[in-house]
Design a protein around this ligand. Structure first.
Ligand code: ADP
Ligand code: MG
Ligand code: ZN
Length: 615
């Protein structure tokens, strides 16, 4: 160890600075004199014996009074030797090469030990990292049971239909015997579809709160990782965990993050996402019926979802969560007002009327902003002034305040009522589900939605009459605009409808043989129309003349449909106006209410239904 000791500083220096000389690692316990003190002691004859250890560069001093000390010296210290000789002090030299050997051995040993220790630590660390990498596949689904504040169905307002359908899921989870006893199959997958902020996530949480079963919740984006295959193994892991806890619910939020159409896009898709989706599909097929695991998913982009997800046996139940209508908004406001002190003068129904197009999240935000303003003004209760300012703040952030412009609103109303009325008047058409002025997810304006006919859906067979009726319904929006505003005031709002009409007409003529061109398939099944695939479509196998005739037929079909729609609507101008007024006030009319209204008015004139779709 001697080597590690610093060489003693020059004697006078040490004396001046009074710093204690470096202590040897193993020495006597007595305080060591300084080098110069040692020389003085030697000359004064106080020292009886000296033992020099050259390798350790120190000298063991034995005093006459019995004390012993160690003093650091230079390795080849002439002065000490001379002084000792002059003072006639016996001086022996110790061969401590063995000491040194031991010391260096110990030192080396320690070094090796240190290295080993460091290496061990490093290995442990990298093992941990590796472990984590291997464990990537393990999902960390949040078990919703542990939530401190469970959400219940009464916290979700304004989306009664969706709530009702989900109630059934809860009933199944609570008492599955009721269903299994009568051989009822329980949906495996329920897909919640709707614009952002309408309460899809909230609904899912409410189910967890109501059902009282384990609830595994994950955002789909959590599946997708940097490494290919990780998402797939997460899906596997999630389902494994869930099956062990059945009956239970798995909730995958924003499923479009993994459920996008595969094989779309040019130059290959996202391998990782495709693998994840494939695994999800495999797992969904894997669990047996009535296994007690229900998969719940939410998205606001149903249009981009892979068709395979929608097949029976997967997400076989689709629940639409629309923007709330006026009454719905009032209910939602009431839910969020429960925890906030509202002034007695505030009329929630007025506020519902002032917030068309607002989602549940927007309404919650409105009340929250108002509460913040109230606190800032040091008031105790949220009043109309605070709400007014809050509304201003919120709508400033919105790109277009929906449905504020009443002329545009009226136009949209006539268009949609046109669709809805013709649907109701045509027996061959689908049943009207609802007509609304509230925009669909990602769209502008309202929509009229039909419920697909169960029989058609099951058999997959479509009749000629049904397709013709669909054409008439699709063109009824344009027809209503024509009837009410005249040919020069029609809008481009029907562009989507015309697109649909063109597609249906073309398929009728070229694939189904529903036209005077006869029972010939002129075009092969084009498959799913999608970017990249469309490019590969081959040229048609018919002559130019036939092509012209196809075009003429297509145009004929569309024109006939438009004429029929106009002829249905023109004699019912009064009914149209009445329905539009109602729609503008209520924003949404449900199918049943709509049919009742129509029937009531029609009964005064002629028996209902009026027209049958005769070819
Ligand atoms: P989504 O998942 O459909 O985008 P969320 O469920 O996340 O919407 O809704 C966000 C918030 O908005 C909810 O936490 C809730 O406070 C409020 N909210 C949305 N819809 C409703 C509703 N129908 N009833 C009550 N509150 C709602
Ligand atoms: Mg959500
Ligand atoms: Zn339309």
């Amino acid at each position: 160890m001697g080597a590690s000791l610093p060489a003693a500083a020059s004697a006078p220096d040490q004396a001046k600075t009074q710093t204690p000389p470096p202590q040897p690692l193993w020495g006597s316990k007595t305080a060591s004199p300084s080098y110069s003190q040692l020389l003085r002691d030697l000359r004064a004859g106080k020292v009886s014996e000296l033992e020099l250890s050259p390798l350790r560069r120190e000298v063991q001093v034995s005093y006459r009074d019995g004390k012993r000390a160690q003093v650091s010296v230079f390795s080849n210290d002439q002065q000490l030797l001379q002084t000792a000789e002059q003072a006639k002090v016996p001086l022996s030299v110790r061969d401590d090469r063995q000491d040194g050997a031991v010391a260096s051995l110990v030192a080396n040993g320690l070094l090796v030990l240190l290295l080993l220790l460091g290496l061990g630590l490093l290995l442990r660390r990298s093992a941990q990292v590796a472990n984590r990498a291997m464990g990537f596949g393990r999902s960390q689904p949040r078990l919703q049971e542990e939530r401190a504040t469970p959400v219940h169905f009464e916290d979700v307002a304004g989306i009664a239909e969706a709530k009702e359908e989900l109630q059934e899921v809860v009933t199944f989870l609570k008492s599955p015997e009721r269903y299994t006893a009568v051989g009822a199959k329980i949906p495996k997958g329920v897909l919640l579809v709707g614009p952002p902020g309408t309460g899809k996530t909230l609904l899912a949480r409410a189910i967890a709160g109501e059902a009282g079963v384990p609830f595994f919740s994950m955002a789909a984006s959590e599946f997708v990782e940097l490494f290919v295959g990780v998402g797939a193994s997460r899906v596997r892991d999630l389902f494994r965990k869930a099956k062990a806890k059945a009956p239970c619910i798995i909730f995958i939020d924003e499923i479009d993050a993994v459920g996008r159409q595969r094989g779309a896009g040019i130059g290959g898709g996202n391998d990782e996402r495709e693998q994840t989706l494939n695994q999800l599909l495999t797992e969904m097929d894997g669990f047996e019926d009535n296994g007690g695991v229900i998969l719940l998913a939410a998205t606001n982009r149903p249009d981009v979802l892979d068709a395979a997800l929608m097949r029976p046996g997967r997400f076989d139940r689709r629940i639409t969560v629309d923007l709330p209508d006026r009454r719905g908004r009032e209910e939602i406001l009431a839910v969020h007002a429960r925890s906030r002190p509202l002034a007695g003068t505030v009329n929630l129904s007025d506020w519902a009327a002032r917030t068309p197009g607002f989602s549940g999240a927007d309404l919650a935000n409105l009340l929250n902003e108002a509460a913040i303003l109230t606190a800032r003004r040091q008031q105790q209760q949220i009043d109309d002034a605070a709400l007014t300012d809050a509304l201003e703040r919120i709508t400033m952030g919105l790109t277009a305040a929906p449905l504020q412009d009443s002329a545009k609103k009226r136009l949209i109303a006539y268009h949609e009522i046109g669709h809805a009325l013709v649907t109701t008047l045509m027996p061959a058409a689908d049943q009207l589900d609802k007509v609304t002025l509230l925009p669909r997810a990602g769209g502008v304006g309202g929509f009229a939605r039909t419920l697909p006919d169960e029989e058609t859906l099951d058999s997959g067979l479509i009749t000629r009459a049904f397709l013709k009726a669909r054409l008439v319904v699709a063109l009824a929006g344009r027809a209503a605009e024509l009837v009410v505003f005249g040919p020069s005031e029609v809008t481009q709002g029907a562009a989507g409808d015309l697109d649909l009409v063109a597609r249906i007409c073309r398929e009728m003529v070229t694939r189904y043989g529903f036209s005077s061109l006869g029972p010939v398939a002129l075009e092969a099944d084009g498959g799913e129309v999608f970017l990249g695939r469309d490019w590969l479509r081959q040229d048609p196998h018919y002559s130019k003349q036939t092509g012209n005739r196809i075009d003429a037929q297509v145009r004929q079909l569309a024109q006939n449909a438009l004429d029929q729609a106009v002829s249905l609507l023109r004699p019912r101008r009064a009914l149209l106006d009445l329905l539009v007024e109602r729609l503008i006030v209520e924003e949404t009319i449900e199918g049943d209410a709509f049919r009742a209204l129509v029937q009531q008015v029609e009964a005064q004139h002629q028996p209902f239904p009026v027209t049958s779709p005769s070819a």
